[in-house]
Design a protein around this ligand. Structure first.
Ligand code: AMP
Ligand code: MG
Length: 399
């Protein structure tokens, strides 16, 4: 049996095979960029007028404050040229600054009558009011690097660089395989010896809430041959296989044996933690990773959040996130020599995270997670866990 910290370190040592896919820009929100993006044009692409008003050559201000209006130029019009003389163009925001013009004076600073614009403010107060070509970035500049999480401003950069299609890291392909003869589908009325198959969908939705949307749900009875058949199929087509149930020491807990038969190499089995002591982790030669989570609902959800989510996150983001920390609002009694994941309700008080411990009837009691936002990690060497104890918290996903 290994320590929980060591177990997480072993999981995080690995990374899934990073696959890259090209997808339309409109599907890229929240995805991780897998290519460098360079500017194909200057930004702005031309001297861009920033105010509605007139464009003049500022040298003329030495001799006059009045300018004859020759033309009106709107955004989207080809570049124009201001002729010599005490003349101007009326010009609109977004238009190209005319050649020979170097000052835009906004309507608020003008009086216009009989086709003549007159400046009515102190000349000292005038500013140029145009956005110089290439002043944000020049053609050829590196705009975005690999590993960036795509948010709405990233989309603006991609779109402005003409990226209709974008290379992003593929969402890992995950399969959940629940084992157990006692399980029936959630739409079925269970007989008196059966229970509804709640774990599969719970784990699937937790992964979904972290952005891992490619998760298939599968179920098999406690039968070695059936297990072997479906496991070997899933191992071929998935990046991660998550098993629930059948991983402890019972007579029908075939998972570790069948995994061995399917050539999955064990990296660890059994962790000094509660819930989730029987946790199994291993990989195939071609780097399909396998987690054997205990069947108890609290145990499998907590262990999925603690071990599976970080592996997936590291694999698409390239980094390991630090967990947030929260202060216990009440003491927790736990004296076994195990790392304890205590469900907590989180609140934020003046920037401090507070964790209210929730108690229940053990790892089979999913109902006591109803108000939990996640769990706090309590390591045996840090005991006793008094009110005010500061520990790492793992929260359920949100998206
Ligand atoms: P196991 O890990 O297979 O020994 O299962 C431990 C407990 O969790 C047993 O009481 C199972 O009935 C229950 N259990 C196992 N799998 C599921 C599941 N998919 N959904 C809900 N409960 C389950
Ligand atoms: Mg079972």
């Amino acid at each position: 049996m290994i320590d929980a910290k060591e177990a997480l370190a072993r999981v995080q040592y690995y990374q899934l095979n990073a696959k890259i896919v090209t997808i339309p820009i409109e599907e890229t929100i929240s995805r991780i960029l897998a290519e460098e993006v360079y500017a194909d044009i200057d930004q702005p692409p031309f001297h861009r007028v920033m105010m509605d008003g007139i464009a003049i050559n500022k040298e003329l201000l030495q001799t006059t404050k009045k300018f004859k209006i020759l033309n009106i130029i709107s955004a989207g019009t080809e570049a124009s040229e201001l002729p010599p003389g005490e003349v101007c163009f009326e010009i609109m925001t977004g238009a190209v600054l005319p050649l020979n013009a170097d000052l835009v004076i906004r309507y608020e600073d003008l009086k216009i009558s009989d086709g003549v614009a007159e400046i009515i403010v102190d000349l000292k107060n005038l500013i140029s009011n145009f956005h110089i070509q290439g002043s944000d970035y020049s053609k050829g500049a590196l705009l975005l690097s690999v590993g960036v999480t795509i948010k709405s401003p990233t989309i603006a950069i991609l779109a402005s660089a003409g990226k209709k299609n974008v290379k992003v890291f593929a969402i890992p392909k995950v399969a959940i395989l629940s084992t157990g003869d006692e399980l029936v589908d959630i739409g079925v009325n269970p007989k008196s010896h059966q229970i509804r198959w709640s774990n599969g969908i719970t784990l699937q939705q937790e992964l979904l809430s972290h952005g891992f949307t490619d998760v298939s749900l599968n179920r098999v009875g406690d039968n070695e041959n059936d297990m072997k058949k479906i496991m070997s199929e899933l191992l071929l087509s998935k990046d991660v296989l998550i098993l629930t149930g059948g991983v402890s020491a019972g007579k029908y807990d075939f998972v570790p044996k069948v995994l061995k038969e399917c050539q999955v190499m064990e990296i660890f089995h059994q962790v000094a933690q509660r819930p989730g002591k029987p946790l199994w982790f291993g990989k195939t030669e071609t780097d399909t990773f396998v987690f054997g989570l205990p069947g108890n609902p609290v145990s499998c959800l907590v262990n999925l959040r603690k071990f599976v989510v970080p592996l997936l996150q590291k694999s698409v983001q390239g980094t390991i996130k630090n967990q947030p920390k929260a202060f216990l609002t009440a003491g927790v009694k736990f004296s076994a020599n195990l790392t304890y994941y205590c469900p907590v309700k989180i609140r934020n008080e003046e920037g401090k995270l507070l964790a209210e411990p929730l108690s229940g009837n053990g790892s089979g009691d999913f109902f006591h997670l109803r108000d939990a936002d996640g769990f706090i990690e309590l390591r045996p060497q840090d005991a006793p866990f008094k009110e005010g104890f500061l520990g790492e918290v793992y929260l359920w996903g949100k998206s």
